[in-house]
Write a protein that binds this ligand. Structure first.
Ligand SMILES: [Zn+2]
Length: 318
């Protein structure tokens, strides 16, 4: 089931990447550009559900745009090639891929945390929206035990970014966001540290082994003396199990779906990877030595984007 979903996600990416203008899968109406599919990819939600989750109603639906409204805000989602998302008239970025499933339009779930910070205060968007009508698609849930390991902590700050922020703080913030998403989706999460405390590497692995974790994910941020390096890197041990390799591929797919650039999957015998008995992946979320990454890693919006991708990758791997 999970493997199938990863496969579908992978195929979806291939299909998107391979979409030439005039491709058979492309429907053109006006300047519309929507890929048709019989099932929505797992990382997508219908625009109606996006509205529900933001606490907004759909005022206009279809091509070339959807309009979501509440008392304080107006969100426009352009359903065309290179479409944009506008919040109260302000362009906040690309809408990304749009998929038409029997007339219902789907967009990437990552738009949710991207839109939220731009909504006016006092809007109902910050309170959980009621879920009235059953929607045709629900976020995938999973059961299992996942150990999230925020790197460093306490007397070990890790690397310090070119902007002066310690790795230990940034990775704890991202880890907490990952844990919150996973818990909402039915996963039991164990954090190796909840605060700015020092935990030995052996103990981090031991926590995963005692819990018989389905997956151990260590979260770090990178450093390179060459400040041009950017993006995520996924590490597995040299002798990693097939389950570890599969988990790394799920995470890579999720990062690419969220359009987080990166260096892909590499092998290294980090202590936490070789001392864990179950599947284990170490994520370098970006380079603290790169000014752009260093700035992004401090931003709530970017941390949410990373956390959502990491959680999606984990859910697909479970
Ligand atoms: Zn680190």
């Amino acid at each position: 089931m999970k493997t199938l979903r990863v496969l579908i996600l992978g195929l979806g990416l291939v299909a998107l990447a391979a979409l030439p203008a005039g491709c058979q899968e492309t429907q053109r109406g006006g300047d519309g550009f929507v890929r048709k599919s019989s099932t929505p990819p797992s990382y997508m939600m219908s625009i109606n559900e996006l509205g529900q989750r933001l606490g907004m109603s759909v005022a206009i639906a279809g091509n070339p745009y959807y309009e979501l409204k509440d008392a304080n805000n107006r969100v426009v989602v352009q359903t065309r090639e290179h479409g944009r998302v506008l919040v109260n008239g302000r362009d906040i970025g690309h809408v990304g891929p749009v998929v038409d499933v029997n007339g219902t339009y789907y967009v990437a779930e990552i738009l949710l945390p991207q839109i939220r910070p731009h909504l006016e205060d006092g809007s109902p968007a910050w309170t959980p929206a009621p879920q009235p009508a059953p929607s045709p698609w629900r976020p995938p849930t999973a059961s299992g035990v996942v150990v999230i390991d925020p790197g460093h902590g306490g007397r070990d700050p890790g690397a310090t970014s070119v902007l002066g922020y310690p790795e230990k703080t940034l990775v704890l913030q991202i880890s907490r966001r990952v844990a919150a998403i996973l818990e909402r989706r039915g996963v039991e999460v164990i954090m190796t540290r909840q605060s700015d405390t020092f935990v030995e590497l052996e103990e981090r692995a031991a926590i995963a082994n005692r819990a018989n974790a389905d997956l151990f994910v260590s979260i770090h941020a990178d450093w390179n003396d060459d400040s041009s390096h950017r993006g995520f890197t996924l590490y597995i041990a040299n002798a990693a199990s097939n389950a570890s390799r599969r988990a790394a591929r799920s995470l890579e797919n999720a990062f690419l779906s969220a359009r987080v650039p990166g260096k892909g999957i590499r092998t290294a015998d980090f202590r936490v990877l070789v001392r864990t008995s179950g599947p284990a992946v170490l994520i370098e979320t970006g380079f603290l030595s790169n000014p752009t990454d260093a700035r992004l890693l401090t931003q709530a919006e970017h941390q949410d984007r990373l956390a959502t991708a990491i959680a999606e990758g984990i859910l697909s791997a479970l």
